[in-house]
Design a protein around this ligand. Structure first.
Ligand SMILES: NC(=O)c1ccc[n+]([C@@H]2O[C@H](COP(=O)([O-])OP(=O)(O)OC[C@H]3O[C@@H](n4cnc5c(N)ncnc54)[C@H](O)[C@@H]3O)[C@@H](O)[C@H]2O)c1
Length: 350
């Protein structure tokens, strides 16, 4: 039997690269469709090709290019759709582009699958931003983080019964795509599931000030540059190491018949939470010196507190995260340091 063909749309990106590597190790054939618009992701693709050779097939293209996308979907056994404009900040500056890539682009992916006629399973990465800023949650201020007054919420996190409230153009475009994916499962019988993800971090992440804050803070500290914190730095997130996310994708694919048409909150959950200030403190311990930190005003759509309740997905698939923030941040720090080593070596010999 020939190995499955896995199409990873946005597969050169951080999450796509990690999933592609995992499935290539399992001897699957990986087809990557990506326009390489995110700076740095060409390095991920080059690494995948170097490491896995002809198990990785790259198709460079934009998801809005209908014929190219349909060619890529043709013959795939599963589609993971990750391609997106990923930053809230960019969506505030260019809402049309954000809508075009995230909402229309997702319809193009769904239509390509529908027209393929094979009812190919599809898994889509949405975001916790579909629940809005959560202004109704009563919080109290602790020394390093915001804490919900409702202890049940603090212990369990936010589940999928939370009403949707799209805020910011990014929240709207991803939320729109999220709803279309669920609807294509219901209206057209495409086996599809949605992950509403909190903060994911890990190797192959080129974090910037606009997206990927754990990697971004580490990169700034390694480069000896100041970190800018928007707001008071007590914002809390449940962070999920990318290997645990990859495990969740594999489980979702293997049980897609049972979970089709459902959206799941996916993150580190209540046991894997960290605030921005706490990450800065962790980086200080890791590097033996405090990073320089500056504070600026709050950014639009920022949630003071978000923790995923992942019970629904755990019950459906048996999944649970295994990598805690300390081990995960250390692993990412190690990877980032290794990436910079050749550049530093070059600078020393120049
Ligand atoms: N990383 C997180 O913490 C996080 C959290 C919630 C949701 N998500 C979602 O997960 C997905 C993957 O995120 P990531 O962190 O890997 O981002 P990423 O930017 O590293 O990867 C996205 C990839 O999509 C590609 N892309 C962008 N526009 C494209 C287009 N028009 N056509 C083809 N390819 C295009 C980019 O070049 C990039 O390689 C995104 O949909 C994002 O919204 C990520």
């Amino acid at each position: 039997m020939s190995p499955p063909v896995v199409l990873v749309v946005g597969g050169a990106g951080f999450i796509g690269c990690n999933l592609a590597a995992h499935l290539a190790r399992m001897k699957h054939r990986i087809r990557i469709f990506d326009d390489l618009s995110r700076p740095g992701v060409d390095r991920n693709l080059a690494w995948l090709q170097r490491t896995f050779g002809d198990r990785i097939e790259a198709r460079i293209g934009d998801i809005r290019d209908r014929p190219r996308l349909r060619e890529a979907v043709d013959g795939a056994d599963v589609v993971f759709h990750f391609a997106a404009q990923t930053a809230v900040t960019t969506s505030m500056v260019e809402p049309r582009h954000d809508f075009d890539v995230n909402a229309r682009g997702t319809i193009e992916v769904l239509e390509a699958v529908r027209h393929g006629g094979a009812r190919t399973p599809l898994i889509f990465t949405s975001t916790n931003k579909v629940y809005g800023c959560l202004p109704d949650l009563p919080l109290r201020e602790d020394q390093s983080r915001w804490v919900p007054i409702d202890t049940k919420l603090a212990y369990n996190g936010i589940d999928e019964t939370r009403p949707l409230q799209f805020r910011t153009p990014y929240g709207c475009s991803k939320g729109c795509a999220d709803q279309y994916v669920l609807d294509y499962a219901h209206s057209f019988g495409i086996p599809a599931a949605v992950f509403r993800m909190s903060c994911i971090y890990g190797p192959h992440q080129f974090g910037t000030e606009d997206q990927g804050w754990v990697a971004h803070f580490l990169i700034r500290a390694i480069e000896g540059k100041p970190i800018t914190i928007y707001g008071d730095g007590k914002q809390v997130r449940d962070v999920l190491f990318v290997d645990d996310l990859v495990d969740a994708f594999v489980r979702a694919w293997s049980r897609i018949g049972a979970i089709s048409g459902r959206a799941f909150n996916i993150g580190g959950g209540p046991e894997n939470t960290i605030s921005l200030r706490e990450l800065v403190a962790m980086i200080e311990t890791l590097r033996g010196m405090p990073p320089t930190v500056r504070f600026e005003g709050w950014r639009e759509g920022d949630q003071k507190f978000y923790i995923s309740n992942t019970t629904a997905f755990a019950q459906a698939t048996g999944w649970r995260p295994r990598v805690g923030p300390r081990a995960g941040v250390e692993a990412l720090h190690g990877w980032l340091t290794d990436q910079r080593a050749p550049a530093l070596e070059g600078a020393r010999h120049a």
